[in-house]
Design a protein around this ligand. Structure first.
Ligand SMILES: [Zn+2]
Length: 242
């Protein structure tokens, strides 16, 4: 083994000192418990990660409630949600951090956890498609939270994320002024697709942050199937409201 030179030792030491100073100035704290997180790429500590309300859908061999949510509505291939999110607990820190505190790394860390859980089940995907948010919202928040989750999943599954594949249309008509049927049609026509790219894919996964009624996913999936009825559509969500 080569002996470390004085310069090398000096460089190592100075890097360590710089790291330590940076850590003092900007400590990496867990978004939930505020305790220090040692792994620089993570923003949730291992203790809070263990405490999550996991669905364990990856080990089900019967249809889950998320599968059943879409029965009779739209043809979905596979579904997965990592966490249960209880209604009326909107301040659940993980989603709050992801949406309102500009902690977009939350999305990629949880996306990586999702990726590891579904690796063996979702092995023929061509694309990850984050549910789009309105461009004004994206501008204000600085990012699309579903895109961050998709990026984390992509790191594990090695499946590309397509951000500009679908866009949310400007909502010109006020929905409250329309009748029930018209309102539904309006929801279905909210999305615009890149039809050329769609032809290349056989199995895509739509990535969402929270699924409640499934209405957005349903309209997204229907609009894709209108273009290509043979494409397989799966759904991956960070959370499912129960
Ligand atoms: Zn924590």
């Amino acid at each position: 083994m080569q002996k470390p030179t004085v310069l090398k030792i000096f460089n190592q030491k100075s890097t360590q000192i710089i790291d330590a100073i940076q850590h003092l100035v900007y400590p990496n704290v867990c978004v939930i418990c505020q305790k220090e997180v040692l792994n620089k790429t993570n923003v949730v500590c291992p203790f809070c990660e263990l405490d999550f309300n996991y669905t364990h859908f990856e080990s089900y061999d019967v249809p889950t409630i998320l599968d059943k949510l879409f029965w009779g509505r739209v043809k979905i291939n596979k579904t997965f949600a990592l966490l249960f999110f209880e209604k009326n607990k909107d301040a659940q820190p993980i989603l709050h951090a992801l949406k309102y505190q500009s902690r977009m790394e939350v999305g990629s860390q949880l996306g990586r956890i999702i990726g590891k859980k579904i690796e063996s089940n979702f092995n023929d995907l061509d694309a990850l498609i984050p549910v789009p948010i309105h461009h004004k919202k994206k501008f204000l928040r600085g990012y699309n939270q579903s895109e961050m989750i998709a990026n984390g999943i992509s790191q594990i599954l090695q499946v590309p994320v397509y951000n500009n594949f679908v866009v949310k249309k400007e909502n010109t008509k006020s929905q409250t002024k329309m009748g029930k049927n018209l309102r539904w049609n309006n929801v279905q026509e909210q999305f615009l697709w890149n039809k050329q790219k769609l032809k290349k894919f056989r199995h895509i996964a739509v990535v969402d942050d929270v699924i409640t009624t499934g209405a957005t996913i349903e309209s997204l999936a229907k609009s894709i199937l209108n273009q290509d009825e043979d494409i397989k559509i799966s759904i991956i969500s960070l959370a499912l409201t129960k």
